[in-house]
Design a binder for this molecule. Structure first.
Ligand code: GDP
Ligand code: GDP
Length: 438
């Protein structure tokens, strides 16, 4: 069950992240003042009275500026708004309404989502009311005077916010597929994103702090919604402060954690590197579905054995991930790129598939019939009584056995392969819990 979303909108420096942290009761989070410092704009859990919801900071919205990135940020803010039950438009009570506020207000008035106007930095109660009153002119109804730092006024605001949240039971499970595109710098992640997004371009050149906000991009194909996770992070790779390597791997880890399906992008010219191994290791640990996307296939000199050789190389270097499908593409020419989302659909389906206990035990019986568990040196044999799927995402199967120590790695892998082959878990890791019955 997904929680209703409250989106926080406003221009830079009005106090959006401070407010998010206040609502999410995470005041320990650091607020940086310098522009360009990376902050994580993630979805944070929050609650007020008996209502749980998620707050998301959509990033500093700017309309009137001439850098090329703005349309993208705006598109991202729209994506966040599209899924929100209510938006809080934050303005700075100390500066009064600015032309940028007016532009955002005008834009917000055209959106379908209900908007509450929070006039921040109103520490003094009397001053605050006067400051807030100036914002009636934005045409968004009554301004709420608040101080995100002190917390004053936020309770009144939240009382109204929760009125706009749908009753919990009405919030449908979203059927969107969350996809993280990860990989080393320059493997072609932004180029791939570009082709997914089509007309709404992502940015392929290195950029500065303008898009420091972690935001998702939503795309649709054949009625299926895909949430491409933290795509601002993809374009944030040239971060001088931390060095690109450190930076991208940590971002990638976070993106993996939020994803259903991970696209691990590999540069065909470089092959699998140590970082790719780290990434795939994390994908497996987190139990996410994964597709290995070998990009820049156009740049590889091919003979008839190349794909085969390449697959062998990948399999050797990416141990124990024979479950992940591979695809050879070129973001440059577009070759096979449209097939990626087909594989994503398949992997997402396997990832959440549930198999009945009867079917699992049929497969088990067959597997044991072909290969009974090995007998240990002490002459004791492992016995599998039965199995059942205990959860999905990733599929997790508990096997009840006499003594788990009696099953060696080879046998465990054999059983896993049998489940994979007969139950159609392509593209997803599966977990098997060996439970001793004492
Ligand atoms: P964002 O860019 O909109 O996310 O803004 P931040 O949350 O980073 O805050 C920008 C600046 O305003 C920081 O220096 C904050 O300390 C300051 N600030 C945020 N909320 C308040 C507030 O309620 N009162 C005052 N006086 N300053 C605030
Ligand atoms: P990112 O750092 O992973 O986001 O990589 P980019 O998308 O910025 O791409 C890095 C470089 O590789 C750019 O110069 C792209 O033009 C180039 N590139 C991306 N995809 C391909 C491809 O399929 N084939 C070739 N030959 N070059 C590509």
């Amino acid at each position: 069950m997904s929680l209703p979303i409250v989106a926080i909108i406003g221009r830079p420096n009005v106090g959006k992240s401070t407010l998010v942290n206040r609502l999410a009761e995470e005041q320990s989070a650091i607020v940086h003042d310098q522009p360009g410092v990376t902050r994580d704009r993630t979805y944070k859990p929050a609650y007020w009275r008996d209502r749980d919801f998620t707050v998301v900071d959509t990033g500093g919205l700017v309309f009137n500026d001439d850098t090329e990135f703005l349309p993208l940020i705006r598109q991202q803010a729209m994506a966040a708004l599209a899924e929100a039950s209510v938006a809080i438009f934050v303005v700075d009570g100390r500066t009064g309404p600015t032309p940028a506020d007016e532009e955002i207000a005008e834009w917000l008035r055209q959106q379908k989502v209900p908007v509450l106007l929070a006039v921040n930095k109103c520490e003094s109660p009397e001053q605050g009311l006067i400051q807030a009153a100036e914002f009636w002119e934005l045409g968004l109804g009554e301004p709420f005077a608040i101080s995100a730092i002190h917390g004053s006024g936020t309770g009144d605001l939240l009382d109204v916010v929760i009125n706009y949240l749908p009753a919990t039971a009405e919030v449908p499970e979203t059927n969107e597929i969350k996809v993280a595109i990860v990989g080393r710098p320059n493997v072609g992640k932004s180029s791939l994103l570009n082709t997914f997004v089509g007309e709404t371009r992502a940015i392929v050149s290195p950029i500065s702090g303008t898009t420091r906000d972690a935001i998702d991009t939503i795309v649709e194909r054949n009625g299926q919604i895909y949430r491409l996770i933290d795509t601002a992070g993809i374009r944030k790779k040239k971060n001088v402060e931390y060095g690109p390597e450190f930076f991208s791997i940590n971002r990638a880890f976070k993106a993996i954690r939020r994803a259903d399906v991970v696209l691990l992008v590999i540069d065909a010219l470089d092959g699998v590197t140590e970082q790719d191994q780290k990434l795939i290791g994390r994908v497996t640990e987190e139990g996410r579905a994964c597709i290995i996307v070998v990009n820049k296939w156009d740049a590889v000199e091919k003979d008839s054995y190349t794909i085969y050789d390449y697959e062998k190389h990948l399999q050797e270097r990416l141990h124990f991930t024979e479950w992940a499908e591979m695809i050879f593409v070129s973001a440059l020419t577009g070759q096979r790129v449209e097939k990626i989302l087909e594989l994503v659909d398949k992997a997402a389906e396997s990832h959440k598939r549930r198999v009945s206990t009867a079917v699992i035990n049929e497969v088990l019986e067959e597997a044991i019939g072909w290969h009974s568990p090995t007998v240990s040196r002490a002459g004791r044999q492992g016995k599998i009584y039965y199995g059942t799927q205990v959860s999905s995402q990733p599929p997790t199967i508990a096997l009840f056995v006499n003594d788990s120590k009696r099953f060696n790695d080879n046998y465990r892998r054999y059983i896993e392969r049998q489940f994979r082959q007969h139950l159609g878990f392509q593209g997803t890791p599966i977990r098997i819990l060996w439970r001793s019955k004492k």
